[in-house]
Design a protein around this ligand. Sequence first.
Ligand code: SF4
Length: 372
Amino acid sequence: MAPEPDPPLLDIIDLKTHFDTEEGTVRAVDGVSFTVPRGRIVCVVGESGCGKSVTARSVLGLVEEPGRIVGGSIRFYAPAAADAGAPADGAAAEDTADTAQARSLDLAVLDPRGEEIRAVRGGRIAMVFQEPMAALSPMYTVGDQLVEAIRLHLPLSREAARTRAVQLLERVGIPGAERRMDAYSFQLSGGMCQRVMIAIALSCDPELLIADEPTTALDVTTQARILDLLTGIQADTGMSVLFITHDLGVVAEIADEVVVMYLGTVVEQGPVDAIFHDPAHPYTRALLGSVPRMGAGARQRLASIRGNVPHPSERPAGCPFHPRCASAVAGVCDTAEPPETALSEDRRVRCVLHGDAPPAVPAAATSEGATA
Ligand code: SF4
C-alpha cells in the first residue's frame, strides 16, 4: 500500500469568519481552504478588504468582536512521528492519516482566551504585524518585551532569557544589541522596530510565522532588507511562513506558493511560477496586468482593475468578481457561485471558464478587467 502523504503544517478547510453587525452579517471570510506545507512560504495576496488579514487572525484566535469563526477547521499538525524522534524501543511509529489527525489541533474550535491557544500563540505560531510602532509598547524597553515573550513560553531564568534576547537582536541584524535592549520603541526607526518584532516572533523558535503586511509601512530600501532577513531566517530554520500582502512584487520575490483571495474566498492557488507565468483566474490576470512595468513609455497609462472591491456586506450574487470581470458571461456568472476546479495536482481555480463545461467567452473580453 502506498504510504500516506505527509500532512501539511497547517490545513485550513472551508473556514468561515463572519461579523454580526447592526447592518447584517458580514461574511469577511467565507469558505476559505488552503494549506501551508512544512518549510514553505505561502503568500496570500489580494486587494484591501478581500479577507487576507481576517484569515490570518482567525488562525491565532485574534479576530476582534463582533467577528467569530462560524464554520470550518484550521488543523495545525505536530511534526510526524518519525521527525519527533524514534520511540525508546527503536521501532519507528508509522504515520497514518488517523495518527496524523490525532496529532493535530483544530485551532478554529479553541477558546480564543483559553490555555491551549495561548500555548500555541507566540510559541508554535508567531505573528508579525503591519505597524511595528503600534505593536510594540512604548511603556517598556524592547529588552523587557523580548524577555517577557521568551519567559512566557520557555522555562528560562530572567538572566538566561536576557542572554537569549540579546542573541535574537543580533540575529535580526540590530547593531549594538546589548545597548538596544534598554531602548524604547519610540527611540528606534520603523525598520528597527520591525526587526525587534521579528526577534520577538522568533523568540520561541516557531514552526509557523504569520507575517501580516510586515513591510507595508516601511520605505522600499528597508522593505527589501526586512524581506531578505525573513527569507534568510526561513531558509536557516526551515519554519513555514504565511505571508499576507497586496504587493505582487513581494510575492514574486519570496513565495513558494500563492493563494489569491477576492471578497472572502480563494479564487486561485498554486505554485508561484505557475501563477505568474500562466494565471488562470481573470482576477489574478487583472492583478498581474496592473503591476507597473519597467521600460513602459512615459506616456503609457498604468493599467488598473475597473471598479472597487465591494464591501463584504454588499457581496454580488453569483461570482463575486463578475461586476469587474471582462470575461463575465451574462446569465452564468451573475447567478451561481463558480465551483472550485483542480487544474492539476497543486493548482486550483474558482471560475466557470475552467469548469467541466465552460460557457462561451464574449469576444470583447480581452483585458480581464484591467483598464488603462
Ligand atoms: Fe469572471 Fe465569470 Fe470567471 Fe467570475 S466566474 S471570474 S465573472 S468569468
